[in-house]
Design a protein around this ligand. Sequence first.
Ligand code: SIN
Ligand code: CO
Length: 374
Amino acid sequence: MDMLGGLSGQEFLSQYWQKTPYLVRQAFPDGLYKISGDELAGLATEPDVESRLVTANDWTLRHGPFFEEDFTRLPEKDWTLLVQAVDHWVPDIAALFDAFDFIPAWRMDDIMISYAVPGGGVGPHFDHYDVFLIQVDGEREWRIGQSCTDADDRRDDTDLSILAHFDEQERWVLKPGDMLYVPPGIAHWGSALSKDCITYSIGFRAPSQAETLVEFAQFAADSCTDFDRYQDADLKARTDSHLITDADIDRIQQMLQTLTEDRDAMARWFGRYMTQPKYGDAPLEEPTLSNADIARQLQRQPLIRNSAVRLAYQPGILFVDGEAIDSGLPADGLRWICEQKQISASDLGNQDDVARLKVLTTLVGHDAFYFDNE
Ligand code: SIN
Ligand code: CO
C-alpha cells in the first residue's frame, strides 16, 4: 500500500500503530481533495460546526462560531483556524476515511482541518487519539517530542493544553502529499512555514476506561430490576460485626462480574455506543417513506449516504448512530450497506432485495441515506 510508504496495513499496524511516529513522504502523490481557506472559514461561521482560532505568539484561543469580519482583521502571521469534523459536512473529505479502511470504522473519530499562516500552530501538546496528519497545501514543520502522561506539566498561562516542557526528538518539514502518523501520548508541535498551510488530521478515537465504565454501567442498570440485589443467604454469624470480610467483597465482586458476562448484551451495547454520533443526537424516527416509496424514488434517483452517519454491523445487527436494527440481512448484505456511498435501483437486483429495501427504508428514516433535493 503506497499510502503507507510500501508497508501493508498489517505491517504498519504491527510496527507503528499506537507505538511510534511514522512519516510517509508522498503518501498521496496525486494530491487530495483540497478544501479552500474560504470554504473552511465559511464552515467556521456555522453555529453547528466546532471551530477554534489560535494565535501562536501569545497562545490565545477563541471558539467559533465566527463572523466573516473576524477573518478580515487577522494579521499575516502566527494564527491558525481549526475546524472539527469537516467530514460531517463535506462528503469529499469523509471519503478520505476510505484510505484507512484497514482500521475498524468504529475507531474513526473525525477529520479536523487546520488552515494556518506562517508561524501558526497549536503549540507543543499531546493527544489521547491516534492521528494521521496529512499536509494538503503549503508547508508545515513538525517536531516530535517525548512520550507523555497526564502528569506532564501544562502551561498555566493559556487555555490551550500546551506542554510546559518539550523534549525534541525529531523534526520534519511536510510538503503537500506527505503524511505523519502520531500515536496517542506522543508530544508533537506543528508550525506553519508558509501561508495557505492546510493540514488534515484524520483522528481515531479510543474510548477511555472511565467513560466506557460509566456508559456500560448505565446500560446494564437499565436491565436490572429492584429484585436484582446483593444476596447473602449463606451469611455466617459474626464475632466482629464491623469488619468487612473477604467473603463480603467476594459476593459484591461476583455480583458486578455477572453483569458483564452476557456477551450478546455487551456486543449490542458496544455497537450502539461506538456508533453514537459525536455532534448532536440523531433521534430514531419512524420511517416517513414506505418501502414502496423508496423503491419508486430509487427508479428516479440514487440514495446518497449522509457523510455524518456512523454505521457498523455484527452478524444480524446493523448499528446506525447509536441504534441497533435487527435487520434479518446476512453479514455480506450488512457489509454492503455499510460500504455504499450511493445506492441505485440497479444495486437492488437479487433475492434479498426485499430485506435490503426494508433496511434502507429504516436508514432513510434515520437520515443515514437521503434522496438529493427530496
Ligand atoms: C494542526 O493541524 O495544527 C494541529 C493538529 C494536531 O496537532 O493534532
Ligand atoms: Co495534536
